[in-house]
Design a protein. Sequence first.
Length: 192
Amino acid sequence: MICRHNNILVLLAIILLNSCGIYSFKGSLPPNIKTIYISPVINSTSEYALSNMLNEKINEQLVRKNILKIDEFYNSDSKLDIGIQLVEDVPNSYTSDINSYEVIEQWKLNVKISIVWLDNLNSNTILDKVFTEWAMYDNSGLDISSDGIDNDSDGLVDAEDSDEYGPSRQAALRIISNNATDRIIQELISNW
């Protein structure tokens, strides 16, 4: 009887180990991808500061999180192309002044970004996506740490939020750069 139970336990262990051994997540990272080359951000807008912010943040995050080793183009297994397609300031809220003219109180800064991740060894596309990030800022041009706005819709306002500081539009660009970097990293690792 003990021998029979041992055989059943061994059989169950073999089944479980084999099941786990062949399990993989859909869209897992190809086994040949160990390194990545990050192309300079292609900016189709006149908002050049954003290109630099994205270049710095994406390189910093990939190194810090140790996702893939960053390498030169000719030595890399893959390549990441990032493009800024659109930067637009859209009025978000208005008030009326004493002459009954509408005055813009808040702006919503929208940035449309494209990412293409290519497998250099097999010449195929791993990821091709376009997304939009945004941040709010007021019309005063003052430091956003005291504007009373949840600039990045994270539920935190002004002093509660560690990324709400600096001149309003410049801070909105920085918030967008941080959020876009997080989104790009998430897209890369969600392919694993």
